[in-house]
Write a protein that binds this ligand. Structure first.
Ligand code: ZN
Length: 151
């Protein structure tokens, strides 16, 4: 595990973050929303994530269980980070939104079969992935991030 501290953000620059990321954890998910977004996931613990600005630019999209908080910039539409259903006590940074990233060079090494979510979650945890407490909603994690951001 090699944490690199990097900054990133949405396209228009209203949403900016700093995060400790491990590019070896790059993962891809085939669920309906991740497929459409084209997101490449990097899991980050809340202690290693700081929203630098953009709290008022963010809109949240939810669907299904409502656990995941799909945040995006309401001006440019980019999903720079979000709170995932599989680990609602953590943040997922979109590797494509890190500064200085060459998109096509990003090669995901992990795969989450989000189309079969329950089974994929069981497998991820069985393989040593973080097991969140049951009944968590990503809203709590998102609120904590927004609460410590000035604007
Ligand atoms: Zn934007």
């Amino acid at each position: 595990m090699m944490l690199e501290h990097r900054e990133g953000g949405c396209h228009c620059g209203r949403v900016r973050f700093r995060a400790g990321v491990d590019l070896d954890l790059l993962s891809q998910c085939n669920c309906t929303v991740c497929t459409k977004k084209g997101i490449l996931h990097l899991p980050v613990v809340p202690e290693d994530f700081e929203l630098l600005r953009g709290k008022n630019a963010l809109t949240v999209y939810t669907f299904g269980t409502g656990v995941a908080q799909h945040t995006f910039c309401s001006h440019c539409g980019m999903h720079a980070f979000y709170i995932p259903r599989s680990q609602p006590d953590r943040i997922t940074v979109n590797a494509r939104c890190l500064d200085g990233i060459d998109g096509p060079s990003l090669k995901p090494t992990h795969f989450f079969d989000g189309r079969h979510w329950e089974e994929a979650q069981r497998r991820r945890i069985a393989e040593g992935g973080h097991a969140p407490a049951t009944g968590l909603n990503g809203e709590v994690t998102l609120k904590a991030i927004l609460d410590r951001t000035a604007e």
